[in-house]
Design a protein around this ligand. Structure first.
Ligand code: ZN
Length: 453
């Protein structure tokens, strides 16, 4: 019944009114109407496409407490529906608020006449800039055996992943894209069927632009066996490219742990600026960090970036689903892979990141209930190390656009929808626009080293 109600309401919103305050008001009404049906922990019945969203966003209704929720503006009128949980204080006020919803609708109708919401779009890159694209976790697989559609018999697809790599391939020149980094959780289930789709998506970039992949916790077993990743993205796939600078040989237990491109290095240059990019697997053990430290020292005259799957999110391991959202956010002090051999993001900072004067930024994903986070910490050499996590799940793509300013580089982070090229104004869990559109600068005054290549 609720599902029908939602569907009916969605269909009532004319195309021309989308993104208007009227649809906001209708969305508000939806939330108010649904609240009474969602008490005592009962899971409301959502239309199938919205249920998929719950699964792919990894958003679960809180257990054992009133599960009021609203349908956000994006869910009603955007390409990337999102679900916002209503805080307790809002739930308790819901009944009172229902009485004024008619007024809100009327006001919305009035303002509709004068309001034109200007959606900012991604323009072409200025001639003097270049861009690096970060692909957030790409776990939104559909079809047979996937988490979102376990009973489906359809062929497995991943529309979001496909949109991402297609857009990048088509915009390499227009956006002056010089490198692509995947933060990991390339697959959702570590099975051949999903890896085949992932490889097909990444093939759209292969041979066109340098790229690297950080192996996520979903991309290997809990003991760190990344054999399937290595089957579809082995070192041999990359070693003929001049920008590919090799990978870690593998753990003492064998190449299937940490070897064969599971930890990789890329070198590229843009104008006078030389870069080293490392892709480290989730919870990289000490032997991998030793390899990374050696490379960062050997190439100390290059500006360094690192992508590693886990970084920022709930600082301590959440005790329940709610804490993934409400828990204190910070550099994570818990791990998922490699057991006692694994290093938490905080340990990776202590044992690697903080020690290198040339390290400018560390990128991560993994936390769809943190979605976006940015931090900057002074390293041991007085250099500022920026850390950015991005895991939208719902289709937003993150691009870092750089402009050289003599001894400094200015960077503009742009989060956008590759299908419409509309910029992200906010998402349900992180509503502030500046979490998704922001700028920073870094110095190019690096330490020359005798044995630099
Ligand atoms: Zn993950």
């Amino acid at each position: 019944m609720i599902a029908t109600k939602i569907q009916n309401r969605l269909h009532q919103i004319p195309q021309a009114w989308r993104s208007s305050s009227l649809s906001l008001a209708i969305a508000y009404n939806l939330g108010a109407e649904l609240a009474p049906h969602c008490s005592a922990g009962a899971s409301p019945s959502l239309p199938m496409n919205l249920q998929d969203r719950f699964v792919s966003e990894k958003l679960k209704l809180p257990q054992g407490k009133p599960a009021g929720f609203t349908i956000s503006r994006d869910m009603v009128c955007g390409d990337q529906p999102e679900v916002s949980f209503i805080q307790n204080k809002w739930r308790s006020n819901m009944c009172a608020l229902r009485s004024i919803r008619l007024i809100i609708c009327l006001l919305a109708l009035l303002t509709l006449q004068i309001e034109t919401r200007a959606v900012e779009k991604l323009g072409p890159a200025p001639d003097d800039s270049f861009s690096i694209v970060l692909i957030p976790d790409t776990q939104a697989y559909k079809g047979a055996g996937t988490k979102s559609q376990p009973d489906s018999r359809e062929q497995i697809t991943n529309k979001i992943f496909q949109d991402h790599t297609e857009w990048i391939a088509e915009n390499i020149d227009r956006q002056n894209i010089v490198f692509v980094s995947h933060v990991g959780d390339i697959v959702d289930k570590n099975v051949d069927e999903q890896w085949e789709v992932a490889q097909a998506c990444m093939n759209k970039l292969h041979g066109k632009i340098p790229y690297g992949i950080s192996v996520g916790n979903h991309d290997m077993t809990s003991s760190g066996d990344s054999s399937l990743f290595q089957k579809y993205f082995p070192q041999s796939r990359f070693e003929h490219f001049d920008w590919y600078a090799g990978s870690y040989a593998g753990s003492p237990m064998g190449k299937h742990i940490s070897g064969n491109n599971a930890n990789s290095c890329q070198l590229f240059s843009v104008g006078d600026i030389d870069f080293i990019f490392l892709h480290l697997e989730c919870n990289a053990p000490d032997d991998v960090l030793g390899w990374a430290n050696d490379l960062l020292k050997r190439y100390a005259d290059r500006t360094a970036f690192i992508t590693s799957h886990m970084g920022w999110g709930p600082r301590v391991i959440p005790k329940d689903n709610d804490e993934y959202i409400t828990g204190e956010k910070g550099r994570m002090t818990w791990l998922k892979i490699h057991g006692k051999r694994g290093n938490t993001p905080q340990q990776m900072w202590e044992k690697c990141y903080r020690m290198h004067a040339n390290l400018v930024a560390v990128f991560s994903g993994d936390q769809s209930r943190t979605q976006a986070f940015q931090a900057a910490t002074v390293g041991d050499h007085g250099n500022m190390v920026h850390e950015f996590m991005q895991d939208y799940g719902s289709g937003w793509l993150r691009m870092y656009r750089f402009t050289s300013l003599k001894s400094r580089v200015h960077c503009k982070a742009i989060t956008f929808n590759p299908r419409t090229e509309e910029l992200c104004d906010g998402v349900s869990l992180v509503p502030a626009r500046e979490a998704h559109q922001f700028e920073f600068e870094f110095s190019l005054q690096l330490q020359p080293v005798a044995n630099a290549k």
